[in-house]
Design a protein around this ligand. Structure first.
Ligand code: FAD
Ligand code: MLT
Ligand code: ZN
Length: 479
């Protein structure tokens, strides 16, 4: 692959042969068994163009029964597999490392039911997040999560990565919003946990094992999720702050003064704005005259249009008077609001246009969160461009280091320093993207050895031949 892994192919796995392909055709039909080189090439490479596998087979099941038959066969034959959703993952988890069979959930994209009294959506794992949003919005509800990859990512991928995103500050984690799951285990067993109850304390809540397990414990096939009511009034402000301390104080002030209507608090440094202006087409700088180093996007969502707007305007005015905000603007219409969001959501897209991007997704106590960005700039000097942005309201920094190409010298200046630094702050080396291939061997920076051992025991219990997403999530040494 282009971001080379130093892990060897595990010889315990069989190599695919023509009998295997014939068998898959008997269960999936010819259309469900993809060997076309172009289509396989797309599925072998991740969104950043950083991780590249060498799979020769992509399977497209249409039902849980088909997923079950595939896994049962692969388990008996010791064929390794990688579950794939929208392939927007950022840690190399969604693509094969060697010749693993790719199981794409793209063919399982049906909405099963929507309870429009309680706001509970039940659907298949391959539904694209944006399609689900459009669907529930017509019913007067919204999805509890939103992210820049919404047009491609699947709800099953979101659950498997426990994706955070832009609404986390308001609606919290998928561990709270997912009510039920259907999962197929490595041996083909279908685990029906597809309840739609809000409360259910009958024994261990097994669905949580699969939320965030990145395809290493089972294939998620169906989901039921709680959707909040869609509220009529949304406002978005784009603000600048002269120093990082002001951003922190502004967050606290927003929590106090905007209270229940606060629905996003996103942070970007000047380098991000600069990058977005260089690489994203059709976006306008909301504060073109600003000399500030830091920018914040604040969104409010509530039920009373005039009250909400007055509240946000008063907050902005007082924050300018007390000096926390240097400059700011409230979107006057939908197109201005979407321009503000386009800048924030477009940072990842802009960053991959530079060439190579080293991405770190860290949870760090808010007081210390920007220190690592500045330390990294000192370490790297002119060798790379360092960006800091993220979900400040959740204590989640995205530290991105941009360079024209991936090389070992740059990497050696970044790692293990960034992991050691984060660990010393008792932070997390993966706030929301997961471990994937990129950080499987780094888990100890954020988890105690006893916890990693227990994870390995669970993995062995559920996937005794280790066919599911090999080389990912857990270090090879514990398996
Ligand atoms: P994939 O990338 O296909 O897979 C991700 C992992 O889940 C892999 O390990 C895969 O094996 C596994 N998997 C996928 N589907 C299943 C399934 N049905 N059963 C079992 N395992 C499965 N992430 C955030 O958390 N917050 C953000 O704000 C955010 N913004 C993003 C913005 C952009 C522009 C991009 C490109 C990515 C962003 N991401 C973000 C990362 C990514 O979109 C999320 O991790 C997303 O949840 C992945 O969904 P997917 O369907 O693309 O999964
Ligand atoms: C974001 O918040 O924009 C994402 O998690 C994507 C990224 O870090 O590239
Ligand atoms: Zn993010």
């Amino acid at each position: 692959g282009s971001a080379a892994t130093h892990i060897q192919r595990n010889p315990a796995y069989s190599e695919l042969n023509s009998d295997d392909v014939s068998y898959f055709k008997t269960i999936l039909g010819n259309n469900g068994v993809v060997q076309d080189e172009d289509r396989i090439a797309v599925a072998n490479v991740d969104w950043m163009g950083k991780y590249r596998g060498a799979s020769q087979l992509l399977l497209l099941p249409k039902s849980t029964v088909e997923v079950s038959k595939i896994l049962s066969y692969c388990n008996t034959r010791r064929l390794a597999v990688v579950p794939q959703g929208g392939n927007t993952g950022l840690v190399g988890g969604s693509v094969p490392v060697y010749d693993e069979v790719i199981i794409s959930l793209a063919g399982m994209d049906k909405i099963i039911s929507f309870d429009n009294v309680n706001g509970i959506l039940t659907c298949e794992a391959g539904c694209v997040l944006e399609n689900l949003s459009t669907f529930v919005e017509k019913e007067g509800f919204i999805m509890p999560l939103d992210l820049g990859a919404k047009g491609s990512c699947h709800i099953g991928g979101n659950i498997s990565t426990n994706a955070g995103g832009l609404r986390f500050i308001r609606y919290g984690s998928l561990h709270g919003n997912v009510l039920g799951l259907e999962v197929v285990l490595a041996d083909g067993t279908v685990l029906d946990m597809l309840t739609t109850l809000r409360k259910d304390n009958t024994g261990y809540d097994l669905k949580h094992l699969f939320i965030g397990s990145e395809g290493s414990l089972g294939v998620v096939t169906k989901i039921s999720v709680l959707t909040p009511a869609k509220l009529p009034s949304t406002n978005v402000a784009f603000l600048s702050c002269n120093d990082y301390t002001s951003c922190q104080k502004l967050l606290l002030a927003a929590r106090r003064n905007l209270g229940e209507i606060l629905s996003a608090f996103e942070f970007m440094d000047h380098n991000c704005i600069d990058l977005a202006m260089r690489h994203l087409e059709g976006v306008q700088n909301p504060l073109p005259a600003s000399q500030s180093k830091f920018y914040v996007l604040i969104e409010t969502t509530g039920s009373d249009e005039s009250y909400d707007k007055t509240k946000l305007e008063a907050f902005l005015l007082s924050s300018m008077e007390n000096g926390l905000v240097a400059d700011g603007v409230i979107a006057q219409d939908i197109s201005q609001a979407s321009n503000f969001w386009r800048i924030r959501e477009g940072i990842s897209e802009a960053s991959v246009k530079v060439g190579a991007v080293y991405k770190y997704d860290l949870s760090i106590p808010v007081e210390k969160l920007y220190d690592i960005v500045e330390e990294m700039r000192c370490r790297l000097g002119n060798n790379a461009e360092v960006l800091g942005y993220g979900h400040l309201g959740d204590g989640n920094l995205h530290l991105n280091i941009l360079s024209s190409k991936y090389d070992d010298n740059t990497l050696a200046q970044i790692e293990p320093f960034v992991y050691e630094w984060t660990s010393a702050q008792r932070g997390s080396i993966s706030a929301e993207h997961g471990l994937g291939l990129m950080k499987a061997e780094k888990i100890h920076y954020s988890k105690a050895p006893e916890a990693v051992q227990l994870m390995a025991s669970i993995k062995k219990l559920l996937d005794s031949n280790s066919i599911l997403n090999p080389y990912k999530v857990l270090p090879q040494s514990v398996l």
